[in-house]
Design a protein around this ligand. Structure first.
Ligand code: GCO
Ligand code: MG
Length: 406
């Protein structure tokens, strides 16, 4: 069997997605997500202009060999653009492999290790009361875990709140303008507010729901240590991205000061970004996922390393990862021994229509379908109705105008 075509589809059913579609001489096709929020066209060009011609003629079933061919062949290894492009190809090849074998991909990864994939939703609110109410709504809908973010008094915008749509649709899209929107940040206001938020959430929702919070890389190690300590009485499942991801020594400081579990990894693109954090057990959950960490082939290697050290998976699943990535992540989640939690933000109906899929939500879990491959596709006609729209992620400044982390 040979690869005959590698097509790259860019579509914007509410937000931009890049999809790799690989066709073989036997007519089998596979899809892979290659979306890198705010930098979509760089990956599309990498695929179209650099990889497509190298892939035509190759055996699609040689997934591992192709992965190394693309990784080593780049010479300029790693980095989000390269690894997202490799991920798109790798995911499409696993889809083809499943279809050729007549098996859902999770079967090829070792088979079912659990009944379903426990997910967490995103609760948010303009006030603490609204955030508590939103979290309660998720629990009513059957979710067992909720991430909670709320607006910070005195700040006009806060990460995780607002955007195109929030409560009501469970959707949230930060990339809203061609030129980045500028937000204002105040660490003291945030550190003062966040323990109060979780005090209220626990008081109203009781001790059992699993609670999470995303700091989005905004604290110094010592500030994060203070927050982790103050949140200890509220027993979070995890505190996410407390410090900038490139500041790995910061995690050691944090670990020495708090028992609040730590999760990180959504911006990591390879095993080398998290190897130290895993080996030294500085984190509890590794949040890499298929599309930004080199596809199913490489993600599996990361999770296998993590399993040796009792670190669990917690894959990123924001809506800027397409349903193709989500489907692929669910196959991995279903099969690995050290699954922790999967993030789940519902895509819009327009996005779901462009990417028909068989996974479904039930009883707080997502369930993969049983058809061969990934169980997801792209509707090319519908995709063509939504041309690319330039959109960037926001930037953040301190009150005095200093550039900060978004
Ligand atoms: C999350 C993430 C997202 C990112 C987004 C950037 O935990 O879901 O932090 O909300 O901000 O994926 O493109
Ligand atoms: Mg996050």
């Amino acid at each position: 069997m040979r690869i005959t075509d590698v097509d790259v589809v860019v579509t914007c059913p509410g937000r931009n997605f890049v999809t790799v579609r690989i066709t073989t001489d036997e007519g089998v096709t596979g899809v892979g997500d290659a979306t890198l929020n705010g930098r979509e066209l760089a990956v599309a060009s990498y695929l179209r202009d650099h990889l497509a011609a190298q892939l035509v003629g190759r055996d699609p079933l040689r997934t591992d060999d192709t992965w190394h061919y693309l990784y080593r062949g780049a010479y300029w290894r790693r980095g989000p653009v390269t690894m997202t492009a490799i991920a798109g190809v790798d995911t499409a090849l696993w889809d083809i492999k499943g279809k050729v074998a007549g098996l859902p991909v999770y079967q090829l990864l070792g088979g079912r290790a659990r009944d379903g994939v426990t997910v967490y939703g995103h609760a948010s609110g303009d006030t603490v009361e609204a955030a508590v109410e939103d979290a309660a709504r998720f629990l009513d809908e059957g979710y067992r875990a909720v991430r909670v973010q709320s607006a910070i008094p005195g700040l006009e915008s806060t990460y995780g709140i607002g955007g195109v749509s929030t409560a009501g649709t469970h959707a949230y899209e930060p990339a809203d303008a061609a030129v980045p929107t500028e937000n204002v940040w105040d660490t003291e206001a945030y550190l003062d507010h966040t323990p109060r938020l979780f005090e209220a959430v626990r008081r109203e929702l009781g001790p059992l729901p699993r609670l999470l919070h995303d700091v989005h890389h905004r604290l110094t190690p010592n500030e994060a240590a203070r927050l982790g300590k103050e949140l200890e009485p509220f027993h979070l499942t995890w505190l996410e991205d407390p410090v900038p991801a490139e500041l790995q020594d910061g995690y050691r400081h944090l670990r020495q000061h708090t028992t609040t579990p730590i999760a990180t990894g959504e911006v990591f693109s390879s095993i080398y970004d998290c190897e130290l954090l895993i080996r030294e057990r500085l984190i509890d959950y590794i949040r890499t996922t298929v599309v930004h960490a080199g596809g199913i082939t490489h993600l599996r290697r990361i999770f296998d390393l993590a399993a040796l050290y009792d670190v669990r998976s917690g894959s990123h699943g924001a809506t800027d990862l397409s349903p193709v990535c989500l489907a692929a992540a669910l196959h991995v989640d279903t099969a690995i021994p050290n699954f922790g939690l999967q993030e789940y933000m519902q895509h819009t109906p327009e996005t779901d229509a462009v990417f028909p899929h068989s996974y479904h939500f039930e009883d707080g879990m997502l369930h993969v379908g049983e058809e061969p491959g990934l169980g997801v596709d792209i509707d090319l006609e519908k995709a063509a109705e939504y041309p690319y729209q330039p959109a960037s992620l926001p930037v953040n400044r301190l009150r005095d105008g200093t550039m900060f982390h978004w």
